[in-house]
Design a binder for this molecule. Structure first.
Ligand SMILES: [Zn+2]
Length: 49
């Protein structure tokens, strides 16, 4: 079974810094604060495809 992966992109610079396995039970977009090494600080990261 293929596992779907999603990427979390920094909302400030757009870099895709994190990937994680998609949860099939969750449909809404994920928004989470994570550290962006390009911005050098914690920024809002958003789920992309
Ligand atoms: Zn960034």
């Amino acid at each position: 079974m293929a596992q779907r992966k999603i990427a979390l992109a920094c909302n400030v610079c757009g870099s895709r810094n994190y990937t994680l396995a998609a949860n099939p039970n969750r449909t809404e977009r994920l928004e989470i604060k994570k550290f962006c090494k390009f911005c050098g600080e914690h920024t809002l990261h958003r789920e992309t495809r």
